[in-house]
Design a protein around this ligand. Structure first.
Ligand SMILES: [Zn+2]
Ligand SMILES: [Zn+2]
Ligand SMILES: [Zn+2]
Length: 486
């Protein structure tokens, strides 16, 4: 696979949706439709010292750029790799002393790049960046005010650049960033760490039930020989078999929401009415709001739904404050009320189960966490596309939690299922898949041991557990962000 290879796709007029991309040949599940390095990308302000500004890995002890004292890198390889992109930024930051906001930094990087390459980074880029949709004319009054603040921030920063631009043109660039920038996650897919612009990816339209997924691959710079290094890039991957001529789509928002809610978000954020089949037919809305099989009274369902909504808000507040004991207490209370009233596919139940298993894992109550994670995955399976990346990440989380709880048979089984899913959504060269591969080898070994001698297995586990606390990074945090637009 060559980076930027666009041989499998063709640009076409998708009617009301504007431009779109379709398959030029039949594609199979997990196939990389195309890969694309960022045109420009930046690390979020809040993580500027914790995430490498070149490969977007989150790491301790990053090296600081000696010039601007703002950019941070894993090592010299990463620093050298992006010097061309950082050069002008470095001088600009040095001059104004404090770095401007992430959106201003990204807009400036986009413009510097346009100057260097007249908007086309390579001959495989299908359209120039400044011809992407900007929707400035559709923005609300408040959004336009925010845009204006960004533009003035930009002018202050840019004053050291030679070429000047009109306020309208700069606004357009900010508009393009706002509706097209893609959120970049760290190497474990746990946290959104930055944002970038990928011009070819921007041409892929949305569908709530898409046939592709997009994932950031951080590349590999660790090989001794530079010939084996790979660049960080996004990959558009087919979720199933896609016949020649079919439009390629990705989901800009997570599917786990009622169709009306998804439509609202898409309208507010991307300025279009979703006319996808799942929205038009309200597919699975019934499951996401379903009452339990025991057929509780309508009043009861209404009461518990309202209670859950309010309780989830309180849970979220406690979670943000890191008050996990309170989170668990509220989750217990909420799940108890939901029992025999809301179905296991009800959105509010799934949200509580997700937070409960996360908080309990953090508190190392793995057995209880595993039970909740299991129920969460069961619900997700009934709602998500079978090859959905969120489903893959949730299954991985559930598998690791079971493993930590000493439930090796179930743990190994879930980890294998997650591995199968991630091979499609992330591919074999992604760091998450590689991590999961080594976990899978470990659980396979432990499962063998367990089947030979259960007692010996538990003794071994206990000893290992006490000696070295098992990292719960994979199960601890929410794993969204990686496939979602901003
Ligand atoms: Zn790096
Ligand atoms: Zn610098
Ligand atoms: Zn839709």
């Amino acid at each position: 696979m060559t980076l930027g290879n666009m041989e499998s796709v063709v640009l076409f007029d998708a009617g009301a949706k504007g431009r779109g991309l379709k398959a030029k040949k039949e594609l199979s599940p997990g196939e990389v439709v195309f890969a694309e390095p960022s045109f420009a990308a930046v690390v979020f302000d809040s993580l500027a010292t914790q995430v490498c500004h070149s490969c977007f890995r989150q790491k301790a002890n990053l090296h600081r750029c000696a010039q601007c004292k703002f950019a941070h890198y894993c090592d010299r390889t990463c620093q050298t790799a992006c010097w061309e992109e950082h050069k002008q930024e470095c001088a600009a930051i040095k001059k104004i002393i404090t770095a401007p906001s992430q959106s201003v930094r990204l807009a400036a990087r986009v413009l510097w790049r346009i100057h260097r390459s007249t908007g086309l980074a390579s001959d495989t880029q299908l359209i120039p960046v400044d011809q992407l949709e900007d929707h400035v004319a559709d923005m609300s009054h408040d959004d336009r005010e925010r845009l204006r603040t960004d533009v003035y921030g930009f002018l202050e920063y840019w004053s050291c650049g030679r070429k000047q631009h009109s306020v309208d043109y700069i606004s357009k660039i900010f508009g393009i960033i706002q509706c097209n920038a893609f959120t970049l996650s760290d190497q474990r897919g746990l946290r959104a760490v930055g944002m970038g612009l990928f011009p070819n990816l921007c041409l892929v339209n949305h569908d709530c039930w898409p046939n592709c997924t997009v994932i950031l691959n951080h590349g590999n710079q660790s090989a001794v020989s530079a010939a084996f290094h790979s660049q960080s890039r996004i990959e558009l991957r087919a979720l199933g078999r896609i016949p020649e001529g079919e439009e390629l789509t990705v989901a800009y928002v997570d599917f786990l929401d009622l169709s009306a809610e998804r439509r609202k978000k898409l309208k507010e954020r991307f300025f279009f009415e979703c006319a996808c089949q799942h929205c038009s037919q309200h597919t699975r809305d019934d499951l996401m709001m379903a009452a339990a099989d025991s057929k509780p009274a309508a009043d009861k369902v209404k009461e518990v739904t309202a209670f859950s909504k309010e309780c989830l808000e309180r849970i979220e507040k406690c979670r943000i404050n890191g008050n996990y004991h309170e989170v668990v207490k509220l989750c217990h209370e909420c799940l108890e009320k939901q029992e025999n009233v809301l179905a296991d596919t009800h959105l509010y139940k799934l949200r509580v189960l997700s937070v409960a298993s996360e908080a309990l894992s953090y508190l190392r109550s793995f057995t209880e966490a595993a039970g909740y994670a299991h129920r969460m995955v069961e619900g997700y399976r009934k709602l998500y596309h079978p090859n959905n990346a969120q489903l893959g990440m949730a299954t991985m989380r559930a598998g690791v939690t079971h493993w930590h709880a000493g439930q090796i048979e179930e743990g190994h089984s879930l980890i294998c299922q997650a591995y199968g899913l991630l091979m499609v959504t992330h591919g074999p060269n992604h760091s998450i898949t590689k991590d999961l591969e080594s976990i899978r080898a470990q659980t396979e070994l432990e499962l063998k041991m367990f089947r030979q001698d259960e007692d010996a297995y538990h003794t071994m586990r206990e000893a290992a557990f006490q000696k070295q606390p098992i990292a719960c990074s994979i199960s601890a945090e929410e794993s969204k962000g990686s496939i979602r637009k901003l």
